[in-house]
Design a protein around this ligand. Structure first.
Ligand code: UDP
Ligand code: MG
Length: 316
């Protein structure tokens, strides 16, 4: 690839009025330095996606677009969550650029890794995953829960790149193919590897949030993990089947044992064991129904084919 690419940096923002005024200049300086070093074309842009923020995020974005022509913005009609906001930004960019890099707006991901990402693209890689080399700045709790998250995902059959969040370079070609994936249950980290093409990883250090608060407390992270697993793999259903099989086998052996005991004249007069078995088995059944229900819920949402996001305003 000899042609210099046009880069669009896509940044989802939800209630980020505290951090946006600080990080926006970092992104602009990055674009300018890449342009000055002849790595990308000057038509490159920074696209902010306002994900239905309740604070002044959108008015800050509007002001930025007036200040410098590199800044662009779109605003969603309401809050649709990080993944949908990112998708909206990527889909809007794909007609206008050669490569996109998605990054959070809180300054946690080292923007200098972009240099290496662009270099990897020039070497012929179409997807470049930003991978955190260490998590010293995260709290012990965040670190262990996050690492558990990746292990759980992979165990459950949802292939994800370890310690990679949503900081990645994607080429226009991959985005065009990705646009054909029409699912409503979005989990970009698991879906992009499914598109295929040549990919590589770039390591960077993750810092602390510059300002504002994380929108991913434990509850949301668990929801994301569960969503990721159930939208990418049917392994949990298989596990449920296996569990059902094992329990039936154990129950069968139990029944045989009780019959033999009865034949030998040792009648069982305790009801506790019976009750506990009933409780245990019905618990397992409830759990299994819940897991299967989750998949049915997903099918339900997919059959509706509702739009994944609605754009209210565009400054492109
Ligand atoms: N975000 C979003 N919509 C949401 C929640 C978050 O667009 O409903 C954005 C947020 O503004 C940030 C990115 O997604 O740019 C990641 O969120 P956050 O930094 O809170 O997550 P963490 O880094 O703690 O996992
Ligand atoms: Mg963050």
């Amino acid at each position: 690839m000899d042609e210099k690419p046009i880069l669009w940096i896509v940044i989802p923002c939800y209630n980020e009025q505290e951090v946006l005024p600080i990080t926006c200049t970092m992104f602009l300086e990055k674009i300018q330095s890449l342009v000055n070093r002849g790595m990308i074309r000057d038509e490159s842009r920074i696209l902010f996606v306002n994900d239905g923020s309740r604070d002044d995020t959108w008015s800050i974005i509007q002001k930025l677009t007036e200040q410098d022509s590199h800044y662009r913005g779109i605003s969603l009609s309401r809050n649709r969550g990080h993944q949908n906001a990112l998708l909206a930004g990527l889909m809007e960019s794909k007609e206008r650029c050669d490569i996109t890099i998605s990054i959070d707006c809180d300054g946690q991901d080292d923007i200098d890794a972009m240099d290496e990402m662009v270099r990897a693209y020039m070497e012929g890689y179409e997807v470049v995953y930003g991978v955190r080399s260490k998590r010293d700045t995260d709290s012990f709790f965040k670190r262990t829960t996050a690492e558990g998250f990746y292990h759980l995902m992979n165990r459950m059959g949802a292939e994800v790149v370890f310690n990679h969040a949503d900081y990645r370079l994607i080429s226009k070609r991959v985005l065009e193919k990705f646009a054909e994936f029409e699912e409503v249950n979005l989990f970009l980290r698991g879906l992009i590897p499914l598109v295929g093409f040549r990919s590589t990883t770039v390591f960077y250090e993750r810092r602390e949030r510059i300002a504002g608060e994380s929108h991913y407390p434990l509850k949301k992270m668990l929801a994301l993990a569960f969503d990721g697993i159930t939208s990418l793999s049917v392994k949990p259903i298989r596990l449920v089947t296996l569990l059902g099989f094992i329990i039936s086998l154990i129950s069968f052996l139990g029944v045989m044992w009780a019959v033999i005991q009865a034949i030998c004249g040792k009648t069982v007069w305790g009801w506790a064991s019976t009750t506990s078995i009933i409780c245990f088995v019905s618990g397992c059944q409830m759990l299994s129904l819940g897991v299967i229900g989750e998949y049915i819920g997903k099918i339900y949402m997919e059959t509706k084919k509702r739009p994944r996001y609605i754009i209210d305003k565009r400054i492109l």
